[in-house]
Design a protein around this ligand. Structure first.
Ligand code: TNX
Length: 508
């Protein structure tokens, strides 16, 4: 029936069109459809058709990026492309090559003979590869539109956060999350490794932290047990690094420490173990600020964390310490923030740390829902750098709307447009863009158990946050169209994203 229709149509058409295939090949994906939007896009000229005979050419130094590209192409198309040091001059190839654009920037160009991605380093080449992945159609023929893209990030820090304390998420789940976030050029993953309900990272000098604090039965509702061994953590660090993602570990203190105190009652002021907690209350626990053992504990943990973390940052929490008197809180931070430096790392903490002068050489994570915070502004004037995570814009654990099955709503509902329509460089009074290192989207796990839960809350909003972190301009109409066209890619990878009514989803 369909063939007969094609013949009838062909007869009715002028000759040149009649000889075209009855079912037209899908158009190439436009160069302008990439998320996050590149700095400059110049579509022109013939494109390139990727086939199983296309080769990937890369110098030895870029081999890890080339291998990742080959893996991504295999997953997307089934083609097993050869990776070679030198392709013949006019061979159809994707060429990774040194370029003038340094750091994380890259230049991508698509012509008849293939694709070239140039950058001064592997981080830039990797970012160019993520762009190319989005230009590959979902189905054969794999026509890639012609033209050039020149690109680099607005902010150096583009992060996401994942709470392993309220519910433990396995290394395989974290890896899957890394695979997804890195496609949007997210380059930091902050892991929240301890809280009242659980302790999730092996510390050799305090073994009960995990044997007790990470045991089965810990976590919200007693169903989030588990912890990372050092070997698993190191493996995650390596896996993330191969996707140009740096792991930032967090141990939350002086509040959020109930699980540690259950394991080690000497960390309380009266030496009595508190009951384990599996509820979601916050702000009731505190380390004992006047006891020396507190600082032996903190230093041991920071030393062991620093030794297994190649990245530059250690997050020491500092939020919601409502059970710590303010003077004690400041005294604690004046001792602890310098400890991070002692072990060769930069201290990073929730914005409450800005009450302490020692935070002036640290990084504060702005999670406040207000656009004014005089304590933070004063610290910034004294040198503190800021990563923007306003809870009413970037918290991926907030419900999309009142009907969302998962998540919380204390900071409001966050639909995609709310996550997108703000500017991290001007959002907070007294925090100019020059003080902003970047942006991070936290994902707290009180209501989340599975990787499906994580993905449903993160996507599509994370794409919005990623664009704010990378792209120089913001355009909601353009973004929502590009996001709508991206949906079938998540579907193809089995990612159960929230089908926001604000987005014109296409079916691919
Ligand atoms: C506030 S944000 C917290 C967390 C909760 C989160 C839930 C922050 C620094 N602290 O303890 O998990 O809200 O949205």
């Amino acid at each position: 029936m369909r063939n007969r229709l094609a013949v009838l149509l062909a007869c009715a058409l002028p000759l040149s069109l009649a000889s075209a295939p009855a079912v037209a090949a899908p158009p190439a994906v436009a160069l302008t459809s990439v998320i996050p939007a590149p700095v400059a896009v110049n579509p022109h000229g013939p494109g390139f058709r990727l086939t199983g005979r296309t080769v990937i050419e890369a110098p030895r130094s870029a081999r890890p990026v080339a291998d990742r590209l080959a893996e991504a192409v295999r997953e997307a198309t089934g083609y097993r492309l050869a990776v070679v040091g030198h392709a013949p001059r006019h061979a159809a190839a994707i060429r990774l090559a040194p370029g003038r654009t340094g750091g994380e920037g890259y230049e991508l160009s698509v012509g008849r003979d293939g694709v070239s991605i140039r950058s001064g380093g592997n981080a830039g080449l990797f970012n160019g590869v993520q762009t190319l992945r989005q230009l590959l159609p979902l189905r054969a023929p794999y026509a890639i539109a012609g033209g050039e893209i020149v690109d680099k990030p607005r902010f150096a820090y583009r992060g996401v956060h994942l709470d392993l304390a309220r519910h433990f998420h396995t290394p395989d789940e974290v890896k899957r999350y890394i695979d997804e976030i890195s496609q949007f050029k997210v380059n930091y993953l902050h892991l929240h490794l301890s809280d009242d309900q659980g302790w999730r990272i092996q510390i050799d000098s305090w073994p009960r932290l995990t044997t007790v604090g990470g045991a089965a039965g810990t976590g919200v509702d007693g169903v989030g047990g588990g912890y990372l061994t050092k070997a698993q953590y190191r493996d995650l660090v390596r896996y993330a690094a191969s996707r140009h993602v740096t792991i930032v570990p967090e141990i939350d203190m002086p509040g959020h420490v109930n699980a540690a105190q259950v394991a080690y009652p000497e960390l309380t002021c009266d030496g009595v173990a508190p009951p384990p907690r599996t509820d979601t209350a916050v702000g009731y626990s505190s380390l004992c600020i006047g006891k020396e053992i507190t600082y032996r504990f903190v230093e041991d943990v920071i030393r062991e964390l620093a030794a297994m973390t190649p990245g530059p940052l250690i997050h020491i929490g500092g939020d919601e310490a409502h059970a710590t008197p303010q003077a004690d809180y400041i005294a604690f931070q004046e001792r602890v923030l310098p400890l991070v430096k002692k072990y060769g790392k930069t201290a990073y903490g929730w914005n409450e740390i800005t009450q302490a002068p020692a935070s002036h050489t640290a990084i504060a994570q702005y999670w406040d829902t207000s656009t004014t915070n005089p304590t933070v502004a004063a610290a910034v004037a004294a040198g503190t750098k800021v990563i923007m995570s306003p809870a009413n814009r970037t918290y991926l654990d907030m419900k999309y709307d009142p009907s969302t099955r998962l998540g919380l709503s204390w900071a409001g509902y966050i639909e995609v447009r709310t996550a997108y329509d703000w500017d991290p460089g001007t959002h907070v009074t007294g925090v100019p863009e020059s003080a902003v290192l970047g942006i991070e989207a936290p994902l707290w796990s009180e209501t989340l158990r599975s990787i499906e839960d994580i993905e449903f809350m993160a996507f599509p909003r994370l794409a919005a946050v990623a664009e704010l972190g990378w792209s120089p301009t913001r355009d909601w109409e353009s973004f929502r169209t590009r996001l709508g066209a991206y949906g079938p890619r998540w579907t193809a990878r089995g990612v159960d994203f929230y089908p926001s009514p604000q987005i014109p989803w296409t079916t691919g």
